[in-house]
Design a protein around this ligand. Structure first.
Ligand code: GRF
Length: 222
C-alpha cells in the first residue's frame, strides 16, 4: 500500500456485519482505509464488541444525555474531528443526522441501504419490496445529504427476488452484497475517484458503479 490509509469513523447501532466487512477489508489491505473509531448510540450494540476484538477504539454516546439532536450531533462531530476522520461510514446507524452534521462532513458521509434507491427508502425495506411484488432489489451505497436515504448514489448491487423468498431470506441475500459494495465504495473514495456533480457521483478511471443481476444470479445459482 503506497498511500497512507484514510481514517474512518463508523457509526453503528446494532449487530455490525457491515462494520465487520469493512474491518476485514482493511486488515486484509483490500482497502486503503483504517477504522479509527466506532461510535454507537446503543450501549450494548454487538458492533462495539466486534470493534473491541480488533483493538479499535469505541465510544458510546448516549442520546439521552442531550436535549436536542443538534447537541448529540455536536458531541459526535467533536469525537470525529479530534480523531481527524476523513470519511464517516454509517453502518446500521439508526438516527437521522442533523443538517449541521451533514454540512460539517459534506460528501464525506456514506450510508448503506438494503434496497435499490430511490425504491424503498426508510425501514423494513425487504418487507416492502416483497409486498410490492418487485422482481429485483439490492443495495445502495450513497453519500448522505439532509434527507433520509436521498443522497447521491455511489454503487448499487442488484439482487433477484425469488418466489419463495421471505423477509429473512431476501435480507440475507442482499446483505452478502452489502458486504461487497461498502468496502468497494470506501476504496473508490480513498483513491480519490469519486466526484459529486449534482445528484450524480462520477467515478473516475474505473467502471465500478454496479454489480449486475446476472452476476448476482450466478452467485446464488452457481
Ligand atoms: C443493513 O441491512 C444496512 O443496509 C442497514 O442496516 C443494516 C445494518 O446491518 N442500513 P449490520 O449492523 O451492518 O449488520
Amino acid at each position: 500500500m503506497s498511500r497512507a490509509p484514510i481514517r474512518l469513523g463508523v457509526l453503528v447501532s446494532g449487530r455490525g456485519s457491515n462494520l465487520q466487512a469493512i474491518i476485514d477489508a482493511s486488515e486484509a489491505r483490500r482497502i486503503d482505509a483504517a477504522v479509527a473509531i466506532v461510535m454507537s448510540d446503543v450501549p450494548d450494540a454487538y458492533a462495539l464488541e466486534r470493534a473491541r476484538r480488533h483493538g479499535i477504539e469505541t465510544a458510546f454516546v448516549d442520546p439521552k444525555g442531550f436535549d436536542t439532536r443538534e447537541g448529540f450531533d455536536a458531541a459526535v462531530i467533536d469525537l470525529l474531528r479530534k480523531r481527524e476522520i476523513d470519511l464517516v461510514c454509517l453502518a446500521g446507524f439508526m438516527r437521522i443526522l442533523s443538517p449541521h452534521f451533514v454540512s460539517e462532513f459534506r460528501n464525506r458521509i456514506m450510508n448503506i441501504h438494503p434496497a435499490l434507491l430511490p425504491a424503498f427508502p426508510g425501514l423494513h425495506v425487504q418487507r416492502k419490496a416483497l409486498r410490492h411484488g418487485a422482481k429485483l432489489s439490492g443495495c445502495t451505497v450513497h453519500f448522505v445529504d439532509e434527507g433520509t436515504d436521498t443522497g447521491p448514489i455511489i454503487i448499487q448491487a442488484v439482487v433477484p427476488i425469488l418466489d419463495d423468498d421471505t423477509e429473512e431470506s431476501l435480507s440475507a441475500r442482499i446483505l452478502a452484497y452489502e458486504h461487497q459494495i461498502y468496502p468497494r465504495a470506501i476504496q473508490l473514495f480513498a483513491e480519490g475517484r469519486l466526484e459529486v456533480r449534482g445528484r450524480r457521483v462520477l467515478c473516475h478511471g474505473v467502471d465500478a458503479s454496479h454489480l449486475d443481476a446476472q452476476r448476482a444470479w450466478g452467485a446464488i445459482n452457481p
